[in-house]
Design a protein around this ligand. Structure first.
Ligand code: CO
Length: 213
């Protein structure tokens, strides 16, 4: 059987099982989604948000890209963020990175990867911002792990730096922002940073003082 047909077969079995367990499961959420969480994660196949957090369809609004980047000119990310925060009204935005991230590892090298250089460039900027701390770590694996953590922390701050989030903080004291790192070796998520709604930002230059609410 072709590999992709396995997916369709598994899907039929899953849909059947869901209805057996809960006859209203699909009809209940047919016309509305009310996710509590926006998940900004890495595209890595080993870090599937719903599976590792035991969430069901309808609970997590998702955006995934290489190395869980939050780039302030990325229309895709910004559209997802605005919709999640302003229309769906999510109360928590989670940026989740993971140890062993190939994107961050590639960014730490000086290899030319072609087009993806443009994407990895943002992680190189994180490296430069934290150069002193990173270069004090002698062990290469430990240094990579720390860059993975610092990258998550930077990306959460980028979420806070948007007018989308700052306007929502003024309007409804939400969402709360969280930065997590997932360990491929044991399946455990460790929190790295929390930014409650209304917090001051990492630098005042990012705080809009005349937001129209
Ligand atoms: Co990754």
């Amino acid at each position: 059987m072709d590999k992709h047909l396995q997916l369709l077969e598994a899907n039929r079995a899953w849909a059947k099982r869901m209805v057996e367990e809960d006859p209203e499961f699909f009809t209940r959420s047919l016309h509305v989604q009310r996710p509590e969480y926006l998940w900004i994660g890495c595209s890595d196949s080993r870090v599937p948000p719903e599976l590792i957090t035991q969430m069901k369809p309808g609970m997590i609004f998702n955006h995934r890209n290489i190395a869980n980047q939050v780039i302030h000119t990325d229309m895709n990310l910004l559209s997802v963020l605005q919709y999640a925060v302003e229309v769906l009204g999510v109360n928590h935005v989670i940026v989740c990175g993971h140890y062993g991230c190939g994107g961050v590892k590639a960014a730490m090298t000086r290899h030319d990867y072609g087009l993806i250089n443009k994407w990895l460039r943002h992680i190189k900027d994180v490296y430069r911002l934290h150069e002193a701390e990173l270069e004090a770590i002698a062990d290469e694996q430990m240094r990579l792990n720390r860059l993975i953590e610092l990258n998550v922390i930077e990306q959460v701050q980028h979420v806070a730096d948007t007018s989308i989030v700052q306007r929502a903080w003024k309007r409804r004291r939400a969402p709360h922002l969280h930065g997590w790192v997932y360990n491929l070796a044991d399946g455990i998520i460790t929190p790295l940073i929390d930014i409650p709604a209304g917090s001051h930002l990492d630098h005042p230059i990012y705080e809009f003082e005349d937001l129209q609410v």
